[in-house]
Design a protein around this ligand. Sequence first.
Ligand SMILES: Nc1ncnc2c1ncn2[C@@H]1O[C@H](COP(=O)(O)OP(=O)(O)OP(=O)(O)O)[C@@H](O)[C@H]1O
Length: 221
Amino acid sequence: MLKVHHLSKFYEIKKHWYLKKERYTVFKNINFSLEQGENLMILGQSGCGKTTLAKILCFLENPNEGEVLYQNHNVHKINKEKQRLLRKEIQYCFQDQKMALNSYKKIKNLIQDGLENFNLKKNDEVIFDFFDRFGLKRQILECKPYELSGGEASRIGLIRALILKPKLLILDEITSMLDTKNSNEILCFLNQYQQKRNISYIFITHHKNLFDKFKYKKIQF
Ligand SMILES: Nc1ncnc2c1ncn2[C@@H]1O[C@H](COP(=O)(O)OP(=O)(O)OP(=O)(O)O)[C@@H](O)[C@H]1O
């Protein structure tokens, strides 16, 4: 399903206006493959490039070298319309959902917008079911992102991704804003959901022991 060949990312940075640009390499020559239903865990110290790799995988950023093949499409070379269609299948839950969500909109509109982007109809029952499972009060639908706790916002981000029924879900520090009870409940849910839907997950985390119930391949930066 997903093949990554010789992927490298660097930034050209100018420290002062009068100096030449310097190359800052984030990572070099990353290779891996993932079949549908398999998981990947990306591990490494802060700042080593885990989020950058995730953003490249869901084509929010371009690599400088190498390629990402999703179902044999080179995702950085296909046109925007094709990318838009694939974006429904590859969803990315940002680490900081409060920053990622549009702060001017109510949660109910943010959920609706996500569906409308892909011409899907809102199904209140499905949304309420996720709210109940993830221990979220329905009043949150009337709130704006800045009125939510970090943990509530990360669960809203997860719901926005799941209602699109992705085939690959990238979870960037999904447990970092959650207490142990909520982390366990969500990971249990994701585990059962995988058994039903054969979805693949890419976990980015500093706490790999929380993910014991999953089988996964590993990239250690
Ligand atoms: N647009 C950019 N321009 C220059 N440097 C950048 C840019 N985006 C990211 N970086 C740098 O790339 C490196 C990797 O960042 P990234 O966010 O991928 O790290 P990370 O491994 O996800 O860290 P954390 O575990 O703290 O979330 C960092 O040093 C960051 O400063």
